[in-house]
Structure formats: structure tokens, C-alpha cells
Design a protein around this ligand. Structure first.
Ligand SMILES: *[C@@H]1O[C@H](CO)[C@@H](O)[C@H](O)[C@H]1NC(C)=O
Ligand SMILES: *[C@@H]1O[C@H](CO)[C@@H](O)[C@H](O)[C@H]1NC(C)=O
Length: 328
């Protein structure tokens, strides 16, 4: 509990101030001391490129939050476009796709999404008009801005978009996109509700992985990751190979652990507490000084200092340190 409290305090300090803070216990670090550190990326802050397999179990994992999609109507042969980048109608008259033709997903769950346009509005039914025209006018996503993406299982690049009124979007003409197409499809080029989809960009971070698994599954997946990806033996290995520091990227949401804002999952602070303990035992097998620095609001460096006359092990000291340093 004391440890939890103290790491939390570290967060409040670093997040509020968000500039270089450097602490040392007792006296300044030895100037001859050289940091030899390794970055423990992908542990407490997820990065898809570091551990792709963490994303493997996400249902409908091509459609993570932040994914950028472009849609070409198979009947008119042109791209969907939020005219003017947003604020007005959605058309299907562009021969190539760029900013205005790119729709960014806000993932609600594995089947339901909002589509955000270039100027940050959401596409939806024209509730001020006939109720079926597709516009990009709302600044907040409501139920009239909630869509399902249905993929052709034989050709995943072919999709239909189901509107909240139960009908599918169709490109009636190049200048008229409506949500009034009913019924099944054979996915042919003659079906105005079928679009050729291009994935123009993806994001794979902590938000995507926790939002992707959803509130039931994410806590289980993340806690397993935190407790297995970096373990005490890694610290022993790091110290045993001549390094004397680790850099641990941390997320702003950890400041409110164990109840971070959704979709983030609580429990990563416990892993960070473990890191303090393990770093202490690995880097300070003999009584020594310890320095912890926060170089940005999202990085933490734990490193060893010169041998110092302290009680057994350096570990409890930084913990005490946090409770001694109050925010000014
Ligand atoms: C997904 O979200 C929609 C809209 O909030 C909801 O109606 C639907 O039941 C949800 N589906 C699942 C599988 O959770
Ligand atoms: C697409 O349609 C809109 C609405 O009619 C029109 O203002 C715009 O000029 C058209 N753009 C192209 C490239 O045809």
C-alpha cells in the first residue's frame, strides 16, 4: 500500500509539472557515473510493432480504433468523400482518395463504429432532413452516427455499411449517398451498397488493444502481459550484463490506477512497483545510492548511483523519497 501510494505520487508530480525532475537520496550522484540503460518498451505502454501477438486475439482486429478507411463504390467507381472535408453532405464522386476521402474509425465494439471525417465531424443520417441522406455534420457521435461494417467473407476488401436505421448505405449517384438499401447481396459490381475498402492507416497502442478486447477481456489480457513480458529474471539479466539503468515508458492513465479512464485497464502500477523492487535487488546488491528521474511525463529511469551508507538494499529509499517530495 505504501509503495502504491508513493508511485502514485510520482505520477502526480510528473504529470502536473511535466518537466525534468531529478531526485537523489542524500547527495548528488557521482559525476563519474555513466548510465548504461535499456528501454523496456512495449511493457506498460503497448506498441503493436513491439509485440504484435498481443493484438491477435482481438475480434475484428482490422477495425481497431483510429483505423483509417477509404471506400470506393463498385457501381460508380469513385470514392466516398466528405464534401469540404466535413460539415455538409457525403458524396461518391472522387477519382482518388486522400484526406476528405478518409474515414477514421471510432470503435464502440467489435461490430459498431463511428466514422470521423477530415474536419472531425462524424458521418450520420441527416436527422434534420429526410433521415436517409448521409451527411458529415455532427460534432458528437450519437446513435444516428453509429454504423456496422459488414465484410464479404470471401473477399475482405468488399464491405457494406449498415446504418442505424437498419438499411445499407448506397451510392445512388456520384452525388447522392443514402442509407436506404435493403436486403442481401451477392457482392457483385452491380450492387450500389457494395464498396471496395482500403485500409489507409492503422494505430496499435494501449488504447487500441484495451478498446479492442473490450471491458470483459482486456483486463485479463493486459494483466497477463504485464506479469509475463518483463519479469524479475530480466532485471537480473540486465544487471548481469553490465547495464545499470532501465527506461520504462509509462502512460498518463497509470496516474489513476487502479481505475483509469476507459478503455484503459487498472493494474499496471503494480507491475511498475515490481520494477522498482526488482531494479533495487538487481542494481543494488550492496547498499548504494539510487536515483530515479522523470525526464518527460511518460518516461521513468531507474538507475544506480555510488555506494552509500544506507540500510540493506536501495529499494525502500525511492519509495520513501516519493512520500517526502510533495508537489510545490
Ligand atoms: C455494440 O454496440 C452497439 C451500439 O452501442 C450495441 O447495440 C451492440 O449490442 C454492441 N454489440 C456487442 C457485440 O457488444
Ligand atoms: C462532387 O459533388 C459535389 C456535390 O454536388 C460537388 O460540389 C463537387 O464539385 C463534386 N466534385 C467533383 C470532383 O466532381
Amino acid at each position: 500500500m505504501a509503495i502504491l501510494f508513493s508511485t502514485k505520487q510520482l505520477f502526480s508530480i510528473c504529470i502536473i509539472l511535466s518537466f525534468m525532475l531529478s531526485f537523489s537520496y542524500g547527495r548528488s550522484p557521482n559525476p563519474a557515473f555513466r548510465i548504461k540503460a535499456v528501454n523496456l518498451g512495449g511493457w506498460l505502454v503497448t506498441e503493436g510493432w513491439i509485440k504484435p501477438s498481443l493484438f491477435d486475439g482481438i475480434p475484428n482486429k482490422d477495425f481497431l480504433d483510429g483505423t483509417q478507411l477509404q471506400f470506393k463504390s463498385v457501381t460508380v467507381g469513385k470514392y466516398l468523400c466528405a464534401e469540404n472535408g466535413g460539415g455538409t453532405i457525403v458524396v461518391a464522386n472522387r477519382t482518388s482518395a486522400s484526406g476528405w476521402e478518409t474515414f477514421k474509425l471510432w470503435r464502440i465494439n467489435e461490430t459498431n463504429f463511428h466514422f470521423r471525417v477530415f474536419n472531425k465531424q462524424f458521418i450520420g443520417l441527416d436527422t434534420n432532413g429526410n433521415g436517409i441522406d448521409i451527411v458529415a455534420e455532427s460534432n458528437t457521435p450519437r446513435s444516428s452516427e453509429t454504423f456496422e461494417i459488414v465484410r464479404n467473407s470471401n473477399d475482405l476488401s468488399r464491405v457494406r455499411i449498415k446504418a442505424p436505421n437498419g438499411f445499407f448505405l448506397q451510392a445512388k449517384t456520384e452525388e447522392l449517398v443514402t442509407a436506404d438499401y435493403e436486403g442481401a447481396t451477392s457482392w457483385g459490381d452491380d450492387d450500389p451498397s457494395v464498396f471496395e475498402m482500403t485500409i489507409a492507416g492503422r494505430m496499435q497502442g494501449e488504447f487500441q488493444v484495451t478498446n479492442g478486447y473490450g471491458p470483459q477481456k482486456a483486463p485479463q489480457v493486459m494483466r497477463k502481459h504485464w506479469s509475463t513480458y518483463i519479469v524479475e529474471d530480466d532485471f537480473k539479466f540486465i544487471a548481469g550484463n553490465g547495464l545499470n539503468a532501465v527506461r520504462i515508458p509509462v502512460g498518463w492513465w497509470m496516474a489513476s490506477d487502479p481505475t483509469p479512464p476507459a478503455p484503459y485497464v487498472g493494474g499496471s502500477l503494480r507491475a511498475l512497483d515490481n520494477a522498482f523492487t526488482w531494479a533495487g535487488y538487481a542494481f543494488f546488491p550492496v547498499p548504494s545510492d539510487i536515483t530515479i528521474s522523470v525526464t518527460t511525463s511518460q518516461d521513468l529511469t531507474i538507475m544506480g548511483g555510488p555506494v552509500h551508507n544506507t540500510p540493506k538494499y536501495g529499494v525502500p529509499k525511492p519509495m520513501m523519497l516519493w512520500s517526502q517530495h510533495q508537489c510545490p
